[in-house]
Ligand binder design. Structure first.
Ligand SMILES: C[S@@+](CC[C@H](N)C(=O)[O-])C[C@H]1O[C@@H](n2cnc3c(N)ncnc32)[C@H](O)[C@@H]1O
Length: 319
């Protein structure tokens, strides 16, 4: 249901209506074969699956792209996607057209509380006992325009790092959509994005620039952005030795099989003890995965405990 306070949803509804009227001007809209071709290309490259009943959504999202390319039918576009050379150059534009980049600062407050109060103390204990490297590494996978990663940076700088002077904190952030990553790097945000930032941080780290808000460079410099398709196995080499992953509000677009694949890769990218957080409306329920559930105050984190698993396995083998 559309809420008055949700301008992103309103924008999406308006753009669907606009796109639909443009779609109607295109001869016949998208037929089943064209839908199947385009849906399959998207799925094979991104893991994002458009259900049959979401055909109108796919039409609405890519119609602007067709107009830009001066195609007058979906048939022409679907046919071109069968051409490998075209497909390769077109994919980044197609991702941009179909992905939803909705995000804002301090979106997952409860996860942040858990990180501060439970996860960091545990990871610090763990590293002090088992590791020479005093470093804790966060990853915002599917970071969109960067609000999640910058929120983490603010919390680390203000609430965490001062208590652990021996430790280094690193934040990496990735997304499939290169145009949204360029936006993230500018550090400029709209009124919508900044609306939940606690006043004390807002005053300290933001300044008005025209109609937008610029985040302080010292926060921008705490985050390293890079492009990465979570669905592409080869691209996972970049991410290793992660202590805590935020993979929020992206797996909702994947089917069960893609979710399973991505979860296993996240598991492998984590240290021996590590955590995964997903969005509030998501859950790993019903998806085969190696994580254990860890309830902390109001939030649920998924935990990797490889060391314990291996110990248990060895003990069982011994008996
Ligand atoms: C709704 S935003 C979520 C942003 C942020 N994580 C949050 O929760 O506020 C979803 C992001 O997932 C990205 N995305 C979609 N499919 C992806 C894939 N296969 N690999 C990496 N990123 C993907 C989109 O480009 C988009 O920026």
């Amino acid at each position: 249901m559309y809420k008055k306070s949700d301008p992103h949803l309103l924008q999406e509804v308006v753009s669907i209506f606009r796109a639909r009227s443009t779609t109607n001007q295109l001869i016949g809209g998208m037929n089943e074969i064209e839908f199947e071709t385009i849906r399959e290309k998207i799925y094979n490259w991104t893991g994002i699956y458009f259900l049959d009943e979401k055909k109108y959504l796919l039409e609405a999202r890519i119609v602007k792209r067709l107009t830009m390319l001066q195609y007058t039918t979906f048939k022409e576009y679907a046919k071109q996607l069968e051409n490998e050379t075209f497909l390769e150059t077109e994919l980044p534009f197609l991702y941009t057209a179909i992905t939803i980049n909705e995000t804002y600062f301090f979106r997952c407050m409860e996860h942040l509380d858990s990180i501060q109060n439970f996860i960091i103390p545990e990871l610090v204990r763990e590293k002090n006992l088992h590791s020479k490297e005093k470093k804790i590494k966060f990853w915002s996978a599917a970071c969109s325009s960067g609000e999640e990663a910058y929120t983490l940076a603010i919390i680390i700088k203000e609430e965490i790092a001062p208590h652990y002077p021996d430790f280094e904190f690193e934040i990496i952030a990735s997304d499939i959509d290169t145009s949204i990553l360029s936006k993230a790097k500018t550090g400029l945000f709209t009124e919508y994005s900044i609306r939940h930032i606690p006043a004390v941080y807002f005053q300290k780290y933001f300044s008005k620039q025209g109609s937008q808000y610029k985040i302080d460079d010292e926060i921008v410099q705490m985050v390293r952005f890079f492009s990465m398709n979570l669905y592409n196995e080869i691209e996972w080499k970049e991410v290793r030795n992660i202590d805590c992953v935020f993979c929020c509000n992206v797996m909702i677009y994947f089917d069960q099989e893609s979710k399973k694949k991505v979860l296993l890769r996240i598991y492998d990218s984590l240290e021996q003890v590590g955590y995964l957080f997903v969005g509030y409306s998501e859950s790993l329920f019903g998806i085969e995965n190696p994580f254990s559930r860890n309830y902390m105050l109001k939030s649920l984190g998924y935990k990797k405990e490889e060391r314990n698993r291996l110990k248990k396995q060895r003990a069982e083998e011994f008996v």
